[in-house]
Design a protein around this ligand. Structure first.
Ligand code: FAS
Ligand code: PHB
Length: 395
């Protein structure tokens, strides 16, 4: 078998890349080890940056996003018994974010690829990539029916997430990993209850961080800081709602509770593996970098990587390697900006277990500065809505 671009992973990065390549008349094959249903139901991100919305819209896959996405003009920061609105529109000259779950982005992209006759193989096993230093790299996998395939490609895109096989295919001697694990995690719930807020609330509290997000006008998404080794079984729904109510408590405001549809614990780390290219292998998204979800950046970084990768592959296949040579540096500039912002939001809002009194005092001072200084609030708004903005133009 043969294809121009072999793509490992049918998450947002792999699926959008396949679509952007198809818009350029470039054929690809996506191989995914999970089922379609699993990929479409996997609860992850919820917020799209201004540039991501435009990218999906310009790529012709934004129709449902425009109908069902919830545009938000800001967020709330809550601390020390106060809740402050950070007005993105006012601070950034009109930029906003849109609440539209990653599950919906994945559904839209899978539907469009299949409608366009795109090749996606779900439930594969034994994926392997080799010959990466040659101009004919090979993508190997065993399809769901047990058939072994070795597909000759011009390029391979490693879009297989943090636990994938592509990053390790780059020789360790050529990889630089910079990482930090945080001493806390997020316990997240999806709840069948209308949100108690119009926009997201990021709450600093002595007992730990809490986030009130949402999915639709009738479904809420909330998170609370727990320890990394927390036992989910020790958090029955009632306890979760009680703890959230404590952390969001504000006179005259009430948190509505309801049936919990899903719950899970997500560890938190900052992780960057450089470079993002090795010969004819290009990494995109979580395969190369992970950010703590406090800055709502992970999904947006994945989309931004492939917005750079698609034209780079197009030029490479026409014999012009300049964009491909610049791919890693171009993406890493944005990755490190988002990594810093996500670290800044995380360390400002989370209570480090065993920290001294100084930490909370410094955090509260920082939060008050952001809530009262236009310059500081503009920095948060600029980064949260997406900095640098994705360039407009052909996706
Ligand atoms: P993905 O991990 O989404 O996709 C990789 C795909 O590759 C998966 O479908 C996987 O099954 C497949 N794969 C892996 N190995 C393979 C192999 N050997 N062969 C074939 N296929 C293989 N980001 C936010 O912005 N906000 C959040 O709230 C948030 N919450 C998160 C919660 C969790 C539990 C996790 C893990 C991540 C969260 N993220 C969040 C980050 C997340 O949204 C990622 O940034 C986003 O999924 C990145 O997309 P991809 O790079 O496509 O990777
Ligand atoms: C979400 O809605 O899942 C979400 C929103 C903002 C974040 C993290 C997660 O920072």
């Amino acid at each position: 078998m043969r294809t121009q671009v072999g793509i490992v992973g049918a998450g947002p990065a792999g699926l959008l890349l396949s679509h952007l390549l198809a818009l350029r008349g470039i054929d690809s094959l996506v191989v995914e080890d999970r089922s379609r249903a699993y990929c479409e139901a996997r609860q992850r991100a919820g917020v799209l940056e201004h540039g991501s919305v435009r990218l999906l819209r310009e790529a012709g896959v934004g129709e449902r996003l425009d109908r069902q996405g919830l545009e938000h003009g800001g967020i709330y920061l809550q601390f020390d018994g106060e809740r402050h609105h950070i007005d993105f529109r006012d601070l950034t000259g009109g930029r906003t974010v849109t609440v539209y779950a990653q599950t919906e982005v994945v559904k839209d992209l899978i539907a469009r690829r299949l409608a366009d006759g795109g090749a996606i193989e779900f439930e594969v096993t034994d994926t392997a990539v080799f010959g990466l230093e040659t101009e004919r790299p090979v993508l190997g996998y065993t399809s769901a029916d047990g058939t072994r395939h070795e597909v000759e490609c011009d390029v391979i895109a490693g879009c297989d997430g943090f636990h994938g096989i592509c990053r390790p295919a780059i020789p360790a001697s050529l990889r630089t990993v910079t990482e930090r694990e945080y001493p806390y995690a997020w316990l997240g719930i999806l709840a069948d209850v209308p949100p108690s807020t119009d926009e997201l609330i990021y709450a600093h509290h002595a007992r730990g961080f809490a986030l009130h997000s949402l999915r639709t006008p009738t479904v809420s998404r909330l998170y609370l800081q727990v320890s990394p080794d927390e036992d989910l079984a020790s958090w029955p729904d009632e306890r979760i709602w009680e703890e959230l109510a404590i952390r969001f408590a504000l006179p005259g405001w009430e948190l509505k509770a309801g049936p919990v549809l899903e719950k899970g614990i997500t560890p938190m780390r900052s992780f960057v593996s450089e470079p993002m290219r090795y010969g004819r292998l290009f990494l995109a998204g979580d395969a190369s970098h992970i950010v703590p979800p406090t800055g709502a950046k992970g999904l947006n970084l994945a989309l931004a990587d492939v917005a750079v990768l698609a034209p780079a592959i197009g030029a490479l296949l026409r014999g012009d390697e300049r964009l491909a040579d610049a791919y890693s540096a171009t993406c890493l500039a944005r990755v490190w900006r988002a990594t810093h912002f996500s670290w800044w939001m995380t360390t400002m809002l989370h209570r480090t277990p065993g920290a001294d009194a100084m930490e909370a005092k410094l955090q509260l001072s920082q939060l008050r500065y952001v809530a009262t200084s236009r310059a500081a609030a503009t920095s948060l708004a600029e980064n949260y809505t997406g900095y640098p903005d994705l360039p407009a133009g052909r996706p």
